[in-house]
Design a protein around this ligand. Structure first.
Ligand code: F6R
Length: 247
């Protein structure tokens, strides 16, 4: 596990965008799995700028959307697909046929799970996964205690996620479940990047990176990933022993 600490969120965003662009350059048919949420937004905007400067071709690769709130669709502000479409897929001109996402409004969520599993298999597995880390250590919607299930799953959201989720929405929503690529399948990705920013993430990043590997802190399972880079800003790294050793 490589841990990189950047002075600011902006530098973290630029460095992560460059890392993704290098991966695409080396693997132009790769399957990317990108988290939504606040943390990667600036990084995604940087990738679009890099494409506009001719430094990367974002339309050569394939996309598997990591997760979705069950009950929300593309027209709901704060849904993962709305955030990703407005912040990345549309400005980057990614053709719709390159993207597979969970339809949170579908009648049959199990079918959505099988659809995503088939997409991942068809593209030879996930080449690069870029994850944010929730306040409770979740990755995607793999909440604390989510079992070791291969493929995709529907997960009851825990109270921390329900409370934090209010920041994404413009009205109160009775969200109770998420659908997500399960952590076991995320761990199978060839390359993984975990991103975290801000002092509020410092305690959970300490637990995830320096605590024991446990599904109680889902991000900790990436300690065992063969090729993972953890991209932090200084604030998110503040409670790491590693940080005190390296600064
Ligand atoms: C979103 C997702 C979530 C977020 C996490 C951090 O697609 O998968 O796991 O990455 O909740 O969210 P932010 O970045 O808003 O702190």
């Amino acid at each position: 596990m490589e841990i990189k600490i950047h002075p600011t969120h902006e530098e973290l965003s630029c460095a992560t965008a460059i890392k993704i662009a290098h991966h695409i350059g080396r693997n132009p048919n790769t399957l990317l799995c990108l988290a939504a949420g606040d943390t990667p937004l600036q990084m995604l905007a940087e990738l679009v700028k890099m494409q506009n400067r001719g430094e990367v071709d974002l339309s050569s690769v394939w996309y598997a959307q990591l997760d979705e709130w069950v009950g929300l669709g593309i027209n709901d502000k704060g849904s993962c697909i709305q955030v990703m479409t407005d912040g990345f897929f549309a400005p980057a001109n990614i053709p719709a046929e390159r993207i597979c996402f969970f339809d949170g409004l579908a009648d049959d969520m199990n079918r959505e799970c099988r659809k995503m599993e088939d997409w991942i298999a068809k593209h030879g597995g996930i080449g690069l996964v870029v994850l944010g880390v929730g306040m409770n250590g979740h990755i995607g919607f793999n909440e604390p205690g989510t079992p070791d299930t291969p493929g995709c799953i529907v997960v009851p959201l825990d109270d921390t996620t329900k409370t934090v989720s209010k920041k994404y929405f413009d009205k109160a929503l009775p969200i109770t479940e998420g659908v997500t690529i399960g952590w076991r399948t995320l761990l199978d990705a060839n390359t993984a990047v975990l991103m975290a920013s801000g002092i509020k993430k410092a305690p959970i990043m300490r637990a995830a990176l320096e605590g024991s590997v446990t599904t109680d802190v889902p991000a900790s399972v990436f300690q065992d990933h063969k090729n993972v880079t953890v991209m932090l800003d200084k604030e998110a790294a503040r409670m790491l022993n590693y940080c005190h050793m390296s600064l």
